[in-house]
Design a protein around this ligand. Sequence first.
Ligand SMILES: [Zn+2]
Length: 87
Amino acid sequence: MANLVCPQCGSTKLRRSHARGVVEQLKRSLGWQGFRCRNQMCDWRGMIWVEFGSATSKYARYAFLIVAFILLLFLSARFVLFLTEGR
Ligand SMILES: [Zn+2]
């Protein structure tokens, strides 16, 4: 994992926190990870986008590929339709 820093105080002492609520769980499945700053003066809590390569976003990557494939099929079908109707 790349060096993660607190966006508020710049400390690298971050610890993972559990996702709260539906929105955070959804973001977590897309590669975000909940963190909390261990600097007691700061006490920042939020989500940082980790990366696509992490284990938590493995399914998100598959979902992205499937969506991209369907979109490509849809667009090529539209293009063929456009070509055949143009005549
Ligand atoms: Zn902080």
